[in-house]
Design a binder for this molecule. Structure first.
Ligand code: GLY
Length: 318
């Protein structure tokens, strides 16, 4: 099969290395994990890995997942602190444990057992953004519940979208979907989650079926944006299921977006989906008309940016 790999725009720089891996016969799983690992190490991206924006308490907590469409194998981790290679730890859950999702101290313990180097994920720059957005950031015991509205408004601040390095509001994420030379499909997702989130909050990225789903028989999908929306609609799984039951890639993406309109969600915000069908055709959809995604095939020397299908969501007008 002719390999292909796609990502959202903050992952585009990692596509040539991931495509080299695929061209050398590497697996789709390893290609998506390599892509995530490169973005997790990028200090200019404040939505993923090292230098991610922290939770309310100033702690960076990482979520990630990996799914192998060959056999529906999956691994994911939530709220990992102190290690930047979140996607590698998720792959280790998939490959080494009889589990899918690890939370609590589990991801940190597994990262240590893998021999990964502990890292202080909170960079001075991310800390400065956190402090500048929290007027009473010294009051670490303040009730989050009483301040959630204010926090959401802060997270939607367009300046934050610029500062995250993703152009998205402060729940930016990176995702990769690849098909390798064997025709196997895999997805990888990694994020530091919603900036200023309640400690322990996990979004769609570590929830298989919400932010990430891959099935060699029908295709794969992955989401970025406000994770709670994709969690409640199981958006990635829905898009793959729509293809299973006969929709084209573009129809499935549009239906996955339109499903979000059923949500009663006062915090609704931008959502984006990437997908490939079982033959490796790529597509993307977004509630933001300017959103693009990046594609790389073997003959390309650099990633190509393509428009996403714009789906206007009524929920964003309410
Ligand atoms: N989509 C990433 C998050 O909501 O955490």
């Amino acid at each position: 099969m002719r390999p292909i790999i796609i990502t959202c725009h903050n992952g585009a720089f990692a596509l040539p290395a991931a495509m080299d891996l695929l061209k050398a016969g590497g697996s789709a799983v390893d290609a998506v994990v390599l892509g995530c690992t490169m973005v997790e190490a990028n200090p200019e991206d404040h939505s993923v890995g090292y230098s991610g924006l922290p939770n309310l308490l100033g702690q960076v907590e990482l979520d990630a997942s990996v799914m192998d469409g060959n056999g529906l194998r999956a691994g994911s981790i939530g709220a990992l602190q102190g290690y930047q290679q979140a996607a590698q730890v998720a792959r280790e859950v998939m490959n080494s444990l009889p589990h899918v999702l690890l939370g609590g101290d589990g991801p940190m313990r597994l990262a240590a057992e893998m021999g990964l180097e502990p890292t202080n994920l909170l960079t001075p720059e991310a800390e400065a953004i956190w402090k500048s957005r929290l007027t009473d950031s010294d009051d670490r015991d303040a009730s989050y519940l009483g301040r959630i509205k204010q926090m959401v408004n802060l997270a939607e601040d367009p300046q934050i979208a610029e500062q995250t390095g993703t152009g998205e509001p402060a729940h930016g994420t990176v995702n990769f979907i690849a098909m390798d030379m064997n025709g196997d499909i895999a997805t990888g997702v990694s994020t530091s989650g919603w900036a200023w989130k309640y400690p322990g909050r996990m979004g769609d990225s570590p929830v298989i079926g919400a932010g990430n789903y891959a099935d060699n028989r029908w295709g794969a999908a992955a989401c970025t944006g406000r994770g709670e929306m994709a969690q409640r609609c199981l958006t990635a799984h829905s898009v793959v299921t729509f293809m299973r039951f006969g929709m084209s890639l573009e129809e499935a993406l549009a239906q996955g977006m339109r499903d979000l309109d059923a949500l009663d969600d006062p915090y609704a915000s931008e959502m984006n989906i990437l997908a490939i069908d079982k033959d490796g055709n790529p597509g993307g959809a977004s509630s933001n008309p300017e959103k693009e995604f990046a594609v790389m095939t073997p003959e390309m020397t650099e990633a190509e940016m393509r428009p996403r299908t714009y789906v206007e969501l009524d929920i964003l007008k309410r």
